[in-house]
Design a protein around this ligand. Structure first.
Ligand code: ZN
Length: 237
């Protein structure tokens, strides 16, 4: 005789709604909605700020001091000179972590960054393809460690310049990097968020899917909601 099946333990209890990290990405243009007395009200839900470069340090400091959330960034080709002199090693401005050739973890997301643009006049934070490959090589040991510890290389890569053939432009300064395409193919981040390409036209493409990666141009500001991959992912500060 069949015995009544006891009710199954509910797996649902273990899987809540997916936790989401609300990112504010900024780049290249000081936006009045961000640089505003209403920033706290407008962006109260933001967990994490990422800067993709070519922004004045006082703007970034305003964001970090008003939103009071972690902020990571990379430098653009214009991010040098006197305004940046107060930055200490490892930071772009007070309170803003320089993520160039570094990995970090925030809110359960694995982050990495690569600064600069294609070399067009030999200035700071400019690289040719070989130069950027050398910077990527600095990241690789950290990404391999991530893979061992977390089962994936990274979630979000921030850069100033775009990958070759994605949102880039034909002039030397705004050409994208082939080595970034190779990076996406090899390390499969879920997001690449970049700047450097100014957007003046609503028809301009600013979101492209490339293999496993959603590539986003953050010109001005852009909000990105990133679901965490699994329940129980540790939440880092
Ligand atoms: Zn730029």
């Amino acid at each position: 005789m069949a015995t009544p099946t006891p009710s199954q333990p509910s797996a649902d209890r273990l899987v809540g709604p997916p936790a989401t990290v609300n990112i504010l990405a900024v780049s290249d243009h000081v936006n009045d909605l961000v640089y505003s007395g209403n920033i706290r009200e407008r962006f109260r839900h933001i967990d994490l700020v990422l800067s993709c470069g070519d922004l004045p340090p006082n703007y970034l400091e305003y964001i970090v001091s008003t939103l009071n959330v972690p902020i990571f960034g990379v430098r653009g080709n214009h991010d040098h000179g006197r305004a940046f002199d107060t930055a200490t090693r490892g930071s772009i401005a007070p309170g803003i972590v320089d993520l160039h050739a570094q990995t970090a973890q925030s809110h359960g997301l694995l982050l990495a960054g690569l600064e600069g643009s294609m070399d067009y006049n030999g200035g700071p934070h400019q690289y040719d393809e070989t130069g950027l490959r050398l910077q990527i090589a600095r990241l690789v040991p950290q990404l391999l460690l991530n893979k061992l510890r977390h089962g994936r290389y990274l979630d979000v890569l921030i850069t100033h310049a775009p990958p070759q053939g994605i949102h880039d432009q034909p002039d030397r300064c705004h050409q994208g990097f082939a080595s970034l395409r190779t990076f996406l193919h090899r390390f499969r981040p879920r997001y690449l968020i970049h700047g450097h390409i100014h957007v003046y036209d609503r028809q301009t493409v600013t979101l492209t899917q490339f293999e496993d990666t959603t590539v986003l141009n953050a010109y001005g500001y852009r909000e990105v909601r990133v679901p965490l991959l699994q329940a129980g992912v540790s939440v880092a500060s």
